[in-house]
Design a protein around this ligand. Structure first.
Ligand code: PEP
Length: 253
């Protein structure tokens, strides 16, 4: 299969604020990020924030190299979908990114892999870059099913085709490592990243970036990012502290 080469695998460190923050807390965090963003070198830095704060983030980061995005998107373009937010609305607020299929949405909102892929397609159609999250639970891993689960989660995303794959990002986030303080070892993470990279390569998109997520901190970032198929991080808790987030970016650079 011929490969689509859209982007070099520039390092990317992305914060996921989840449902945290307030106007006052965000102002301090964003000021800290804007002031220290040079520390990440050529690494791209981004934050994904709750919908109500998109305007605040746009204003605070407009004159910086940091980019921003949301944590979910509707598959629908417009209409009677109370509570949903379309990809075009996110684009209106200057979003570059949107998370699709974070494990908390898969687990708490029953999002299927087919729905996650449809969300990614809706995001791409509006010019956004979806960050499609995949990852196994602890029981999947203990049963020896991690690779199979990730293969199943990836399948409908791979079916979007090489051109679409070249315009998105995959995040491998083992569920057992999210918010638990328990990080996958660099070797465990690399093994799954290599599998994802091989699947992307078979689909014509070997250059698609693959981030690791799950209790990433400044202290463990360098060892993870030394792995050949880890292109950066999706960071939850540690992205709420400017200094820690910037130190992760510095470790990746
Ligand atoms: C996440 O929410 O995507 C995440 C990786 O969280 P944490 O870094 O807190 O484990």
């Amino acid at each position: 299969m011929s490969q689509v080469h859209s982007q070099p695998r520039t390092r990317l460190v992305m914060g996921n604020w989840k449902m945290h923050g307030s106007l006052a807390e965000n102002a301090a965090l964003l000021a800290g990020l804007a002031a220290g963003q040079g520390r990440g070198g050529a690494t791209e830095l981004a934050v994904t924030v709750p919908f109500p704060y998109l305007a605040q983030v746009r204003e605070a980061l407009a004159d910086t190299p940091l980019s921003w995005g949301a944590q979910d998107v509707s598959v629908h373009e417009r209409g009677a979908y109370t509570g949903e937010v379309s990809a075009a609305m996110l684009a209106d607020f200057g979003c570059t990114w949107v998370l699709c299929g974070h494990s908390e949405r898969r687990a708490l909102h029953g999002e299927s892999s087919a729905l996650v892929a449809a969300k990614a397609a809706a995001a791409l159609a509006a010019g956004l870059t979806p960050v499609v999250c995949v990852g196994e639970t602890l029981s999947d891993r203990d049963a020896g099913d991690a690779e199979c689960v990730i293969g199943d989660q990836l399948e409908p995303v791979l079916a979007l085709g090489a051109e679409a794959l070249s315009r998105l990002v995959i995040a491998y986030e083992p569920v057992w490592a999210i918010g638990t303080g328990r990080t996958a070892s660099p070797e465990q993470a690399q093994a799954i990243h290599a599998l994802i990279r091989a699947a992307l390569g078979k689909s014509g998109a070997a250059n698609t970036r693959v981030l690791y997520g799950g209790s990433v901190k400044a202290a463990n970032a360098a060892a993870l990012f030394a792995q050949p198929d880890i292109d950066g991080a999706l960071v939850g808790g540690a992205s709420l502290v400017a200094e820690e987030f910037l130190n992760i970016a510095a470790a990746v650079a």
